[in-house]
Design a protein around this ligand. Structure first.
Ligand code: EPZ
Length: 432
């Protein structure tokens, strides 16, 4: 198993490049299945989750050529013959559940495993399933699998309103609706940039979708979708993570630059809160520059659906608050219990207390290097950020969580001057 060793105290400077977005790459790959001939997608990140989803798609008989070094993927579903997604793979990555809408939309039938549990409390897929039923599918649950069948002649289409708004349920509904016989409408749809980019690919393939980026999406079903080439957008959560790293570990007034970055994908709430900390933020069409202030101000936030403050940046924001001299709070409104990083940060001396869906963070405390355990993707990157500003060395264990969503994290941080390295370790070995 791998761990990351971070030696704190090196100021970050210089520039690095943001990779393609994980959370838009996954729905783009699902959308590609709906075409009758090959779809090529560029700017695909080199990540474990992309490998996993490539295997899920390949198991259906679809040809998947994923070239991580070239950041491209080519998906040809012309020989798809097995509309299934097995538990063994779906349990590794929830987004595999996008296969429900993709296979139902393309084949009129699907057998897809329900995703497993999640550390942050219940993450049901009831809205995904009810969306399929609203489109006219017959749904049965059988031994942990969702069995979905369209009536003869294909899905008729239909209307559905989401509550709460859901990124995944929006994507699954559209995947099934674009090749339905008639028109469909989705209310309270998600408007996250990942959803917009996903719709843009489908439109380029010939899909009839209107209201993209608004809460009401209308889809007019079409018979077939065409082969295209498409470029994925940069990863806004990776960008936000690096902006926080620069704000807490940058040299006062010295800009750190991020290339291949779309600042508008960050959402108003994050940009507002970031500016309130006193960190300076300068942006162009495809780059962002951050300069650390002399003193960071503590700014409380509530997470929310886009353009609200991304829940995928709240763990990282906890570390920013710990790096200030003040006190502030984070209220998590999307998930019940997304605070698995707190006990690990406390091991490093961070004073943070969770009460219900809030965490109160007291800044101004010494942050010390320690051995800490990754629990999930965003929690683990917050431990690396804390390691950048901690005294001595931090050892972040089980970094396979990180590899799911951050491409070459230690390489990019080293490019910015951080003292960080990856090494193998035996988790079960007794201490020397
Ligand atoms: C997407 O998950 C992202 N994953 C998550 O990022 C992100 O945290 C989340 O959106 C919110 O922004 C991907 O894009 C692959 P939701 P998703 O459906 O689609 C409830 C990361 O770190 N809900 O918008 O699963 C749900 O429980 C990952 O990269 C239902 O109640 O999120 C949650 O409280 C982690 N019933 C809320 O809606 C449903 O059927 C929002 O979830 C579906 C969702």
């Amino acid at each position: 198993m791998d761990r990351l060793i971070v030696k704190g105290g090196n100021p970050l400077r210089g520039s690095t490049t943001i990779s393609g977005s994980k959370n838009s790459a996954l729905p783009l790959m699902a959308a590609a299945i709906l075409a009758d001939s090959p779809v090529t997608i560029n700017n695909i990140p080199a990540l474990r989750d992309i490998h996993t989803f490539s295997r899920v798609i390949a198991l259906t008989g679809t040809r998947v050529d994923y070239a991580p070094d070239e950041h491209t993927i080519r998906i040809d579903s012309s020989n798809l013959n097995r509309p299934e997604a097995p538990y063994e793979l779906v349990k590794r990555m929830r987004a595999s559940f996008y296969m429900l809408g993709a296979l139902l939309g393309r084949e009129g039938r699907a057998r897809v495993s329900l995703p497993g549990g999640c550390a942050w409390g219940p993450r049901p897929v009831d809205l995904h399933i009810r969306g399929m039923e609203a489109l006219g599918a017959k749904i049965e649950l059988d031994q942990g699998y969702v069995i979905a069948n369209a009536p003869a002649g294909g899905l008729p289409g239909g209307s559905f309103d989401l509550s709460p708004s859901s990124v995944g349920a929006t994507i699954n509904f559209i995947l099934a609706a674009v090749r339905a016989r008639r028109s469909s409408r989705l209310g309270n749809a998600a408007i996250e940039p990942d959803v917009v980019v996903f719709c843009e690919l489908l439109q380029k393939m010939g899909a009839q979708i209107s209201g993209v980026g608004t809460r009401t999406i209308e889809v007019q079903g079409v018979d077939g979708l065409n082969a295209v080439s498409f470029s994925n957008c940069p990863d806004r959560i990776e960008l936000g993570t690096f902006m926080i790293a620069a704000a807490i570990a940058g040299e006062t007034g010295v800009p750190v630059r991020f290339e291949n970055a779309y600042p508008e994908h960050l959402g108003k709430a994050f940009v507002h809160a970031f500016n309130e900390t006193g960190a300076s933020f300068n942006a162009g069409d495809d780059f962002v520059e951050v300069s650390a202030p002399g003193t960071l101000r503590a700014v409380s936030i509530d997470t929310g659906i886009y353009p609200g403050f991304p829940t995928d940046l709240q763990a990282q924001w906890t570390v920013l608050l710990a790096a200030t001299e003040g006190n502030a709070k984070i209220r998590e409104t999307i998930y019940h219990d997304r605070f698995k990083h707190i006990p690990e940060l406390r091991r490093m001396g961070v004073n943070a207390i969770v009460v219900g869906n809030e965490v109160a963070v007291e800044g101004g405390n010494r942050i010390q290097g320690a051995q800490v355990m990754s629990t999930d993707l965003r929690a683990s990157v917050s431990l690396v950020l804390a390691g950048l500003i901690a005294e001595n060395e931090t050892s972040v264990l089980r970094v396979y969580h990180l590899d799911r969503g951050y491409e070459n994290l230690e390489g990019k941080l080293s490019d910015l001057g951080a003292d960080i390295r990856r090494e193998q370790y035996d988790e079960w070995a007794d201490p020397e």
